[in-house]
Design a protein around this ligand. Structure first.
Ligand code: ADP
Ligand code: ADP
Length: 231
């Protein structure tokens, strides 16, 4: 699915350099569910931005679904991002004035579909995630767990191959967190590749593999005895 080779990212801060990533090499195969862990400032977000084609490395090679990302123009990178990657964030990032359905439709607007097609697909995505009775609600009328489910439906509506989640349970109580993890496990069972940043060992334990970072370096790559949730 994706392959990073000797990835470095250097930020220039005045006359000092910040080495956010320092020679990271790793491969994530199709269908894997992986957690990224490490202290604050260890480079996890920088890495997620590179994996998500939101940012470019300073050096090194990044291949996503067989394509060398640096060789693509901006337009093709945006297309790759929109078609192949779904994003989920800690703060949900839903538009507050749109309903759940309208939020989920957003990625489809760029795909240039008819309104009826968009409604159909968005409704389907929300139904799959158990929110068919909430499609006309605005984010503020939903619980945190429900908002994150809307965000997941939005991330999946384009049928991406890769789901990137940055602290997806960071703003949720433990019951809602378990619900979100159960959804991820179901997606994983159906073949989705999932890469998730988390601070919480309990959350990372739901994944197959844990990658640990420190000072911009990958310091451990652990296979995990996966815990399955029955909902
Ligand atoms: P994490 O997600 O693990 O907390 P980050 O990837 O956010 O780590 O940060 C890694 C390092 O890069 C930190 O030292 C951070 O201060 C620095 N950094 C991140 N983004 C920028 C930026 N846009 N400009 C300058 N330095 C940055
Ligand atoms: P689900 O069946 O999707 O889990 P629930 O009906 O159990 O959803 O509701 C989950 C939470 O969301 C409850 O705490 C409920 O009070 C809250 N909730 C549901 N609908 C609304 C609404 N329209 N406005 C505010 N809160 C709501």
């Amino acid at each position: 699915m994706l392959e990073l080779e000797n990835i470095c990212k250097v930020y220039q801060m005045g006359d000092t350099e910040v080495r956010a990533l320092d020679g990271v090499s790793l491969t994530i195969r199709e269908g894997e569910m992986v957690s990224l862990m490490g202290p604050s400032g260890s480079g996890k977000s920088t890495l997620m931005n590179i994996i998500g084609c939101l940012d470019q490395p300073s050096s090194g090679s990044y291949r996503l679904v067989g394509r060398e990302v640096a060789e693509l123009g901006e337009w093709d990178q945006a297309r790759l991002r929109n078609q192949e990657i779904g994003f989920v964030f800690q703060s949900f990032n839903l538009l507050p004035n749109l309903t759940a359905l309208q939020n989920v439709e957003l990625p489809l607007i760029y795909a240039g579909m008819s309104t009826a097609e968009r409604h159909g697909l968005a409704r389907q995505a929300l139904t799959r995630i158990g929110l068919e009775h909430r499609i006309h609600h605005k984010p503020r009328e939903l619980s945190g767990g429900q908002q994150q489910r809307v965000a997941i439906a939005r991330a999946l509506v384009n049928q991406p191959k890769l789901l990137l989640a940055d602290e997806p349970t960071g703003n949720l109580d433990s019951k809602a967190s378990v619900e979100i993890l159960a959804i991820f496990q179901e997606l994983h069972r159906r073949g989705m590749t999932i890469v998730m940043v988390t601070h919480e060992p309990d959350i990372a334990n739901y994944t197959q593999r844990i990658l640990r970072f420190r000072d911009g370096k990958l310091v451990a790559d652990e296979s995990n005895h996966q815990i399955m949730i029955d909902r």
